[in-house]
Design a protein around this ligand. Structure first.
Ligand SMILES: NC(=O)c1ccc[n+]([C@@H]2O[C@H](COP(=O)([O-])OP(=O)(O)OC[C@H]3O[C@@H](n4cnc5c(N)ncnc54)[C@H](OP(=O)(O)O)[C@@H]3O)[C@@H](O)[C@H]2O)c1
Length: 301
């Protein structure tokens, strides 16, 4: 649409022309009622309270989308990260303070650490029309509601750092089509109906380190066999990348079905699966998931 407008206007666009035209084009499309309301995130003035690692990842992912018109207002802390994002991306500015972020935004993402949340958030004046997206994992929606009143459109989201390269998924609760559309463009958004489901899904994010330990165990064993370090790493990484595609290639197959497909009777996959199962490895893993779930729920009690 932006390119068409430039062509029609017979101009060679500068960076700022592109941004202005993208907004104008989007406004025309809405006036025409020619796009669904799920695209209204195009008009978000997005503010962040807390400019740390996660905010940097979201802004990087967002601004890596060529034609987007979401303007971003950052809180001045962390100073270095905020300045670097503002320098790197168009339409990203650093506000004078946290209140200025709220005053200049229609959607506010809360991205401070839980330890300072109770000190920082209640000192701010939210508007009833603010949409608040809390990224603070350990604050329940109920608790956030008390901190951001009179704002009442509240969503909890759990983006992951890989959002910077528009990969991975963000769970959001409760379902919200605009916020889902926003995170959908930065990988995938999974809308969740209730806090229990959200908390259970968030346990999945506690398994990354063990996943890499699993790969490292294979890699370390290869080294004991004299296999070249880089060759072993390359082989493992390439095979597991391909395996990670299997659920997409067979969308109706459960994970156990995929496991059984590889566990040919009497074969070497079946051998390792049986040995690990008999050793109680997967039972222990389930117990670890239970323990993390309890911890997450306790942090929000
Ligand atoms: N990182 C993740 O993978 C991840 C994933 C899911 C959820 N989360 C949640 O997202 C939130 C942010 O995580 P993060 O990893 O981005 O943490 P972080 O890197 O520590 O960022 C938090 C930022 O908040 C800033 N800050 C401190 N006091 C402030 C104040 N009064 N006003 C405004 N900003 C202030 C800090 O600035 P200074 O550096 O100047 O102190 C820091 O840069 C946390 O609640 C975390 O639980 C993180």
């Amino acid at each position: 649409m932006t390119a068409t407008l430039c062509k029609a206007l017979k101009i060679v666009p500068t960076k700022s022309d592109i941004s202005t035209l993208a907004r104008a084009a989007a406004a025309i499309m809405v006036a025409d009622n020619s796009i669904s309301t799920s695209n209204t995130e195009h008009f978000m003035k997005l503010g962040f309270v807390g400019t740390g690692a996660l905010t940097a990842a979201i802004v990087t992912g967002l601004k890596s989308i060529g034609d987007n018109s979401v303007s971003v207002l950052l809180s001045p802390r962390n100073e270095e990260i905020a300045a670097s994002l503002a320098a790197r991306f168009e339409d990203v500015q650093v506000a004078a303070d946290n209140q200025a972020v709220l005053d200049g935004s229609d959607t506010v993402m809360l991205a401070v650490r839980p330890q300072v949340a109770h000190e920082v958030i209640p000192s701010l004046r939210f508007r009833p029309d603010h949409r608040v997206v809390s990224l603070i994992a350990t604050l329940s929606l109920k608790e956030i509601a008390t901190l951001v009143a009179p704002a009442h459109r509240l969503i909890k989201a759990l983006p992951m750092p890989m959002i910077a390269s528009r990969q991975g998924a963000t769970i959001i609760c409760p379902p919200d089509k605009d916020v889902a559309a926003f995170f959908g463009k930065l990988g995938k958004a999974i809308e969740v109906e209730n806090a229990h489901e959200f908390d259970a899904l968030s346990v999945v994010t506690a398994t990354y380190a063990s996943f890499f330990k699993y790969l490292d165990t294979i890699h370390a064993w290869l080294k004991t066999q004299g296999v070249d370090d880089l060759k072993g790493r390359d082989y493992i990484a390439t095979l597991f990348k391909a395996l990670a595609n299997a659920p997409d290639s067979s969308p109706d197959a459960g994970f156990m079905h995929l496991s059984q497909e590889y566990a040919t009777r009497g074969g070497i996959n079946e051998q390792i699966l049986r040995q690990l199962t008999n050793a109680g490895l997967f039972d222990t893993f389930t117990q670890s998931l239970d323990a993390v779930h309890k911890r997450i729920m306790a942090s929000q009690a």
